[in-house]
Design a protein around this ligand. Structure first.
Ligand code: PEP
Ligand code: MG
Length: 572
């Protein structure tokens, strides 16, 4: 018999961790609900069925409250319970039963549908994710009236493949130690995702797994940190991921202990570790994982979720992030749309990563740009000294000068309206295009800090599209060419006396972080999951060892040598 070939699928990483197991497909029961009419003498019976169903579903959600609450799961459950107990919804359902004489399931189904329609028209950021949750309540109530709730047959160690997962199904799943969740739909802010983070279940969303020939019981691997899903992996792939998983578990266990320790190497050299943040849901981890504020706040995701992102909305979002940073700084990166993150699907370009992206687009869309700057300056007035601006995708000096000129216009306009702002708000530049690293000595004179984005710096230095799977083996941030550009940027910054941070993925690899610290880069920003492990490695080594490592890396002639040096360093 011919064996299944491995199939690699990509999705959005939603909850970190590696899962290895057999697949279990969550079939969504089709909810065929017809507008069946009842007799007058059946009304009381159907009203009672509604009452009982509500109690049953309510109890399911109350059970959810017993789960750990590191990620605001309680807020989610309360939101679901609120919807469930909404008096207006109940009134609508009861009226449909007693006045229109519809059967209870149709009364529930149609009332919730009307509610969903209102929500979908409302154009608010969270509407989409919320719709999924309200559909879940609707279906659970309908099921409860029919008393045909099927038990989940999922077993420990299996990977759940679903279109989407309602929160109450997550409760059932939580009783079984599943290895991972792969969903076709769902936003990063959907409750299923937040709950999977809370439960520590690796999760990848937006995976088109239905187009594969996946069957129940097929072997699968999920990497919740990269968004990769491998169906019917080879023996070699399975062994490789098993090893990675063992390492991950051991590292995390060791790492979390370090979160509260001072940020110092074994010999006392101080460093700063900040978080890369994109969603509000990530904020509770700043504290638990030991981040000193936010080194990179990606703002473009917000822009994609709404059509008109006004100043007030932005002020609220930025303020919420800053409040959670507990007095530490928050570096707000200006919208970095374009590349693979298109604002408008009509704006397709032949080479999007070399095209209308980041600051290039913002300087053409002045209205949008000025709104964002106004929001940031206004927030800086409320949190003086805590806010910084970071300009993405800069390739020439003129772009920086133009941004600064527009900032002056915004400041004047705010002064005229007596709106407070931080006069000393720092403006930094992403070093992610090689021209900026090469010209770093000149550029450093015009900015307050550098933040090195190694993801793009790698793609532009090695001419490798970071999203193209066919050449993914060529995408290597550890290539000596990238290290050399980092060093040039650091030296130029030192000469001008401005600080340098690294906020690309490179910083989240412990050995690479040690090497950066060895080069004198004492500020690193990374995804929160990586913080504890990186910190544990930095705290347990001497700065001198890191310096020696960086010297070796900077004189390596190819990426393989760098890999070896880093591996050997860690093993010692
Ligand atoms: C980078 O390019 O390294 C970076 C941090 O930015 P992004 O990944 O958002 O492009
Ligand atoms: Mg970038």
């Amino acid at each position: 018999m011919k064996k299944n070939q491995p199939t690699i699928l990509s999705g959005k990483p939603a909850a970190a961790g590696i899962g290895i197991g057999s697949s279990w497909i969550l079939e969504k029961e089709s909810q065929s609900v017809k507008p069946v009419k009842i007799q007058k003498d059946e009304v009381q019976e159907h009203l009672k069925k509604f009452k009982v169903a509500k109690e049953v579903v309510s109890r399911e959600y109350e059970k959810l409250k017993l789960l750990p609450d590191d990620y605001n799961a309680l807020e989610i459950i309360d939101a679901q319970l609120q919807t469930l107990n909404d008096p207006e919804v109940a009134k609508g359902i009861k009226a449909k039963i007693s006045e229109n004489n519809y059967a209870v399931d149709y009364a529930i189904f149609s009332t919730f549908n009307e509610y969903i329609q209102v929500l979908e028209k409302s154009d608010v950021t969270w509407a989409n994710d919320r719709t999924i949750d309200i559909v879940a309540i609707r279906d659970e109530l309908v099921q409860a009236t029919r008393k045909n709730k099927t038990e989940l047959t999922v077993k420990e160690g299996q990977i759940v493949f679903a279109s989407e997962i309602p929160p109450t199904v997550m409760v059932e799943l939580s009783h079984t130690q599943i290895a991972g969740i792969v969903m076709e739909k769902g936003g990063l802010t959907s409750h299923a995702v937040i709950l999977s983070q809370s439960l520590g279940i690796p999760c990848v969303i937006n995976v088109n797994w239905k187009s594969s020939k996946l069957k129940n019981g097929n072997n699968a691997i999920i990497d919740g940190s990269t968004g990769q899903v491998i169906l019917t992996p080879s023996w070699k792939q399975t062994q490789e991921y098993k090893k990675r998983k063992e390492e991950e578990v051991a590292r995390l266990r060791r790492g979390l202990k370090w979160a509260k320790e001072p940020n110092k190497t074994a010999c006392g050299t101080e460093f700063t570790l900040r978080a890369n943040v994109e969603f509000l849901e990530e904020l509770p981890r700043l504290k638990t994982h030991g981040a000193q504020g936010v080194g990179l706040l990606r703002t473009e995701t917000l822009l994609f979720e709404v059509h008109e992102f006004d100043v007030e909305d932005q002020v609220n979002f930025y303020s919420e992030v800053i409040q959670k940073a507990q007095g530490e700084s928050v570096t707000i990166r200006l919208f970095d749309a374009g590349g693979d993150k298109l604002l408008d699907q009509n704006e397709q370009e032949a080479n999007p990563f070399l095209g209308w992206r980041g600051i290039r687009m913002l300087l053409d869309k002045k209205n949008l740009f000025k709104k964002q700057l106004e929001a940031i300056y206004r927030v800086s007035g409320k949190f003086k000294g805590q806010v910084k601006i970071l300009i993405p995708m800069v390739s020439v000096l003129e772009e920086i000068l133009e941004v600064k000129a527009i900032c002056e216009i915004i400041k004047k306009s705010l002064s005229k309206r007596d709106i407070a702002f931080d006069e000393n708000l720092q403006i930094g530049v992403m070093v992610e295009v090689p021209s900026i690293a090469i010209m770093a000595d000149q550029i450093a004179r015009h900015v307050d800090f550098f933040s090195i984005g190694t993801n793009d710096l790698t793609q532009y230095t090695l001419a490798v599209d970071r999203g193209n799977e066919k050449i993914s083996s060529l995408f290597n941030s550890l290539h000596p060419a990238v290290w050399k550009l980092i060093k040039m940027s650091k030296d130029a910054a030192d000469q001008e006396g401005i600080p340098v941070a690294v906020c690309g993925e490179m910083a989240s690899k412990p050995e690479a972080a040690a090497c950066l610290l060895g080069m004198g880069i004492t500020e690193l920003s990374m995804n929160t999951s990586s913080l504890p492990v990186v910190k544990s490695v930095l705290c347990t080594h001497n700065h001198e060892e890191m310096k020696i490592l960086s010297e070796g890396v900077l004189s390596a002639e190819c990426a393989e040598t760098v890999h070896k040096l880093l591996e050997e360093w860690r093993a010692v």
